[in-house]
Design a protein around this ligand. Structure first.
Ligand code: ADP
Ligand code: DP6
Ligand code: CO
Length: 328
């Protein structure tokens, strides 16, 4: 091994067809395939370096992390160390240019950046598809952040997870943008991991979700191939709401929504009524994301900012593949 320090960047992604539930929690194999848009505005930069000693170190946003977080990272690094046949301890220094654990997909950019950096440090030369199967085991949504544009994560059928990988299906270079309306960027009480587990185990709506997600994926891929923005938006909005519906059926029931979330969704519907196509989706958190046409993003932002001056909307274009920023 010749390198000692590598920095990588990966962008977050927001699912239009959601991943919500695992069939295998060890290997992070999903119950359904999903599809996302990578965002250029939100990303994680992660530096990995070889260090002396036996224990890994983890600094996130300038703060030394506690043992629980270090263990999570160490387990993930082990996947790469095993293939590389390398024992070295690693220092991970990461900065999120996205709120952490707020339902804005920090875990997606986080593990995609870390995996991309480790692939380079250990000179493993995984291609992007293979790398996506590795980063999946840090956080499922990270699978999709290896690629830019519209990305599909195929659930796969193999029990070892080797075919549960991501692929870019479209560059999304046809007037696509995404808005984020921050409702609450604090750390959520129920992590995505816990939330989806409780839903799979207890919600009677869950089997219907899996069936619907399969159908929605087929139709959204048709809409993308036809560049039919309206259909893409309608499917996105309906799919996200179905996912949130499953949580109300869980025992105990739970929801990531806040009062302002509902007001934002209502305003989006009004703006759509004005003749500006825009469609909402939400991940495991109260913040609202809106897919719109890039040439109308400023106008829609203005309308939202007029109504919610304390929660200024952030416009994002389409993000690129995860990549190496520096290696030495
Ligand atoms: P989110 O909606 O932000 O993806 P999750 O509950 O899925 O929320 O994941 C948040 C968790 O991801 C954090 O609690 C932390 O364990 C991990 N995480 C976030 N950012 C990083 C990072 N840059 N490096 C490593 N792990 C991270
Ligand atoms: C609602 O990928 O954060 O954002 O695999 O347990 O780390 P783990 O969960 P995570 O879940 C994302 C859930 C979602 C939908 C999505 O991104 O597809
Ligand atoms: Co996450």
């Amino acid at each position: 091994m010749t390198k000692t320090r590598v920095t990588a960047r990966a962008h977050t992604n927001i699912a239009l067809i959601k991943y919500w539930g695992k069939r295998d929690t060890e290997l992070f194999l999903p119950m359904n395939s999903s599809l996302s848009l990578t965002l250029d505005e939100f990303y994680t930069d992660t530096t990995v370096s070889l260090i002396e000693g036996n224990s890994d170190q983890f600094v996130l946003n300038g703060e030394l992390q506690e043992i629980k977080e270090i263990n999570k990272i160490s387990q993930f690094i082990d996947l790469f160390r095993k293939v590389a046949g390398h024992q070295s301890a690693i220092k991970v220094e990461s900065t999120n240019h996205v709120p952490t654990a707020a339902g804005l997909a920090s875990s997606a950019s986080a593990f995609a950046a870390l995996g991309t950096a480790l692939n380079e440090l250990f000179e493993l030369n995984f291609d992007q598809t293979t790398l996506s199967t590795f980063v999946r085991q840090g956080s499922g949504s990270a699978t999709r952040s290896i690629f830019g544009g519209f990305v599909e994560w195929q659930m796969g059928t193999k029990s070892d997870g080797s075919d549960s990988c991501a692929n870019k299906i479209d560059n999304a270079d046809w007037n696509i943008a995404m808005l984020t309306i921050p409702v609450n960027t604090g750390k959520k009480e129920i992590s995505s991991r816990e939330g989806m587990k409780l839903t799979v185990e207890t919600s009677p709506f869950y089997p219907a979700w899996v069936e619907q997600a399969g159908k929605d994926l087929i139709t959204i891929k048709e809409a993308i191939s036809q560049r039919d923005f309206i259909r893409l938006g309608e499917i996105t909005e309906a799919n996200g709401m179905k996912m949130h519906g499953t949580m109300l059926g869980a025992t105990p029931p739970f929801s990531y929504w806040e009062p302002l979330t509902v007001k934002v969704l209502q305003r989006i519907r009004e703006i759509r009524g004005l003749g500006l196509p825009c469609y909402y989706t939400m991940d495991a958190g109260p913040n609202v994301k809106v897919i719109c046409q890039a040439n109308q993003a400023d106008q829609i932002k203005q309308l939202l900012d007029d109504t919610f001056p304390n929660n200024p909307t952030i416009i994002s274009g389409v993000g690129r593949d995860a990549y190496i920023l520096s290696a030495e």
